[in-house]
Ligand binder design. Structure first.
Ligand code: KG4
Ligand code: ZN
Length: 333
């Protein structure tokens, strides 16, 4: 079976081909970040125009590098939400056009579910057919920070989420205050790698609800620190980045481990862009008593392979979308 995944929810135009075992045959992504250098962030109108320009090429490239043609496809999975509406529409319309022209079944995929299924790409470290449920999932990206109880395949319960900023957003805004472009997470990680995380103690969280997160306090404390200590930036930038990242990852790890214990889950899965973070991975691995799973390298941030594998799961469950499939900007799990 050849499954085409399409992802255009934000600023990446992505297409991938996987097989029925969840093995990735091709994974193509065209990032638009370079277009937003002068704007200080993604411009939705430009994003949708770029998706429209690129989508045909990206799909063609995904087919070519998997050594397949449109005639070989058995299923199309496409992100229909949540995300930027103009961006989502381009992917959804492209998917519908191919589905109609080639008479191939179509599945609309929730982007957040896609991130969860990034854990199963290439069947390592989690085997999709032999998972021990329940799993506690931490979705941690630029737009989301939430804890989800996964009771079995494609069945979820939202346990708690951030009250304000997402963890990735706090990293991006802290990086921007330092003069770095989006995405900030990888930059902070790189600079902070050789820094001393105990250089400055940024506030950890003291929310009563153990399943909730909040990052606006940490973000504000970080930006305020930078304004007050301009001189230190020259000599202590790696230490400051390491300290900020240390606080942010402490919040994520401590709360997730507490929730995992209370919910008596069999394992923990960390997904979304921030799950690529090295400090976060190391802390989870050293502090957790139960197995912690991360996506394979390159599949933490937005990609179309995760959309394809989640689409396949829904297809096996007997679900089908049709040509009335519409893009939805706000969508829960
Ligand atoms: O999942 P994603 O690609 O897009 C969203 O759906 O938001 O996540 C993007 C977020 C950004 O905030 C980016 O700064 C963060 O993930 N990110 C990282 C790393 N790589 C990406 N944060 C920390 N460490 C990283 N290595
Ligand atoms: Zn995402």
């Amino acid at each position: 079976m050849n499954i085409l995944g399409i992802e255009t929810s934000c600023d990446d135009t992505a297409a991938a081909i996987i097989n029925e075992k969840g093995e990735v045959l091709s994974n193509v992504l065209s990032s638009q970040t370079q277009f937003y250098k002068d704007y200080g962030g993604i411009v939705p109108e430009i994003a949708s125009r770029k998706h429209a320009e690129l989508i045909g090429y990206v799909i063609e490239e995904a087919l070519k590098s998997a050594n397949r043609t449109l005639n070989d496809l058995n299923l199309i999975a496409v992100t229909y939400g949540p995300g930027l509406i103009g961006s989502l529409l381009i992917g959804v319309e492209a998917a519908k056009a191919i589905s109609f022209a080639k008479e191939i079944p179509l599945i609309g995929v929730n982007h957040l579910e896609g991130h969860i299924y990034s854990l199963f790409i290439n069947n390592k470290p989690l085997n999709i057919e032999r998972v021990e449920f329940p799993l506690l999932i931490l979705i941690v990206s630029g737009g989301h920070t939430e804890l989800v109880l996964m009771e079995e395949h494609i069945r979820y319960k939202l346990i708690g989420e951030t009250r304000d900023d997402a963890a990735g957003e706090a990293l991006d805004k802290f990086a921007r205050a330092l003069g770095f472009e989006y995405p900030g997470g990888p930059v902070i990680q790189k600079i902070g790698e050789k820094g001393d995380p105990s250089f400055f103690h940024f506030p950890r969280l003291s929310l009563k609800n153990p399943y909730e997160f909040s990052f606006s306090g940490l973000k504000t404390a970080g930006i305020y620190y930078l304004k007050k200590h301009e001189k230190e930036l020259k000599t202590h930038l790696p230490d400051i980045c390491a300290s900020f990242e240390d606080a942010l990852t402490d919040i994520l790890v401590n709360r997730t481990l507490k929730a995992a214990k209370a919910l008596k889950v069999k394992g923990i899965g960390i997904v979304g862009g921030v799950s690529a973070n090295k400090r976060l991975r190391k802390k989870f691995k050293t502090r957790s008593k139960i197995p912690v799973y991360f996506p394979q390298k390159g599949f933490s941030t937005d990609n179309a392979a995760m959309i394809a594998i989640n689409g396949l799961m829904h297809y096996k469950n007997g679900e089908r979308s049709n040509l009335l499939l519409d893009a939805v900007s706000r969508l829960n799990l």
